[in-house]
Design a protein around this ligand. Sequence first.
Ligand SMILES: C=C(O[C@@H]1C=C(C(=O)O)C=C[C@H]1O)C(=O)O
Length: 110
Amino acid sequence: MPDAPRVPAEILQLRESIDNIDAALIYMLAERFRCTERVGQLKATGGLPPADLEREGQQIERLAGIAQTAGLDPVFAEALRAFIVSEVIRRHEAIAAERDGEAPVLDIYS
Ligand SMILES: C=C(O[C@@H]1C=C(C(=O)O)C=C[C@H]1O)C(=O)O
């Protein structure tokens, strides 16, 4: 069998950037989940539901515009948002279930 063609230098160079971008995405996602984890705790404390469809509607509209401007397929951007948020809501439900039976704190703003 003939040898596979060598990977061109430009692809190797591009892969370095791809690896950096992948790392940045993981760091950003970890930071986002740290924030949403805290939101989930505050919601459970205040008796708020895990999902907020009004907020999500605003995010969907905003991100569609950003995707358009950035040259990213808005359908892909929305699928990615929905995938991430579904995991956030699953976590919020788990936090609320852990707190089940505890009385909500009525004033979480103080
Ligand atoms: C994080 C929140 O909870 C849910 C998750 C969201 C998100 O991950 O961006 C947005 C709205 C909510 O459905 C929130 O209400 O802000």
